[in-house]
Design a protein around this ligand. Structure first.
Ligand code: F6P
Length: 345
């Protein structure tokens, strides 16, 4: 190992995700292990622009592996999108003597890394963390498992009351552009129907038929899981640009009421899905990724994303990785099709 790296920075950026703290801890502990100094950059790229930093020792990351959120805080930085912002950020890097940065976040974070490293001599390594699990080059992003389990726990509770009242429930989960979470949670909770942003929904086919089939089979409770970015496609064109805060679920519920005569109840799970203590999967994956990120920097690598691919932790080229489109799992699509359409005849 050519260990010319003396000091690195670590930051969390974009929407937070359970497991970010575990990744920060792994970065710091691996630096201590290798004799590299590490500086925590607070509030994402804004912290680098403003010199909002904290020197970190191994003890600073004690008791955080089990905590949701991020002790470094997070932000979406508009200033870092500008050349001037990145110039200020590089001045901070020079002042601090940083050789590299580990950035923990989603595709916006990685786009920032690439812009920065193309303009300035600084090594960047990304760690995917987003409850949307929509980083195409990685089979897993930190936070997904915890968010899914949080959603499942809440949905099971909604189901208890909805079943007792023989009602239809429409539950909105996060996922502005990606339906991974909705699809996964839909399988895990035995949903009647699942709507995702990737496939604009058609009321008759995607909702009414499924509810009718369940009704004919004697069911009296129906549960529709809606990703917040799911859009209606009534005549081949998108006609609903409302995203987030219950807009999508509300629209589905209104149609169910009008067209099927049911009296649905809407539950928007919202930000509860982004908090909470990370699951074993998120803690261990975060630790593996944090370790791999520092190792990559110590080996002189730059512009790499640490990914999970077929169960292995590895690094891939960041620009190539960012080009890879997130696709819903084909296997899950098929499983869901069978699970939402099969009732005794
Ligand atoms: O973290 C990703 C995500 O949860 C999306 O699913 C959602 O659309 C978005 O963040 C909401 O972000 P915020 O609450 O920070 O605006």
């Amino acid at each position: 190992m050519t260990n010319k790296v003396k000091r690195i920075g670590v930051l969390t950026s974009g929407g937070d995700a359970p497991g970010m703290n575990a990744a920060v801890r792994a970065v710091v502990r691996t630096c201590v292990y290798l004799g590299i100094e590490v500086i925590g950059i607070r509030r994402g790229w804004n912290g680098l622009i403003n010199g909002d930093i904290m020197y970190m020792k191994g003890s600073d990351v004690a008791h955080i592996i089990n905590r949701g959120g991020t002790i470094l805080y997070t932000a979406r930085s508009d200033e870092f999108r500008t050349k001037e912002g990145r110039k200020k950020a590089y001045n901070t890097c020079k002042l601090l003597g940083l050789d590299g940065i580990v950035a923990i976040g989603g595709d916006g974070t990685f786009a920032g890394c690439l812009a920065f490293s193309s303009e300035y001599p600084i090594s960047v390594i990304g760690i995917p963390a987003t409850i949307d699990n929509d980083i195409g080059c990685s089979h897993y992003s930190l936070g997904y498992d915890t968010a899914a389990n949080t959603a499942i726990e809440s949905i099971d509770k909604v189901r208890d009351t909805m079943q007792s009242h023989e009602r239809c429930s429409v539950i909105e989960v996060m996922g502005h552009r990606a339906g991974n979470l909705a699809q996964y949670v839909g399988i895990a909770t035995g949903a009647t129907a699942v709507l995702v942003p990737e496939n604009p929904w058609n009321f008759d086919e995607d909702i009414a038929e499924k509810i009718r089939a369940a009704r004919f089979a004697g069911r009296t409770h129906f549960m529709v899981i809606v990703a917040e970015g799911a859009k209606r496609n009534s005549d081949g064109s998108l006609d609903n640009e409302v995203v987030g805060n219950g807009g999508a679920a509300q629209q589905v519920a209104e149609m169910i009421q009008e067209e099927l005569g049911l009296d649905p109840r809407v539950t928007v799970l919202g930000h509860i899905q982004r908090g909470g203590s990370p699951t074993a999967r998120d803690r261990v994956t975060a630790t593996r990724m944090g370790y791999a990120a520092v190792m990559a920097l110590a080996q002189g690598k730059t512009n790499r994303v640490i990914v999970q691919w077929e169960g292995k932790t590895m690094d891939v080229d960041m620009a190539e990785g960012l080009k890879m489109k997130n696709v819903l799992s084909e296997e899950e699509i098929n499983v869901l099709k069978a699970m939402t359409g099969s009732y005794d005849r």
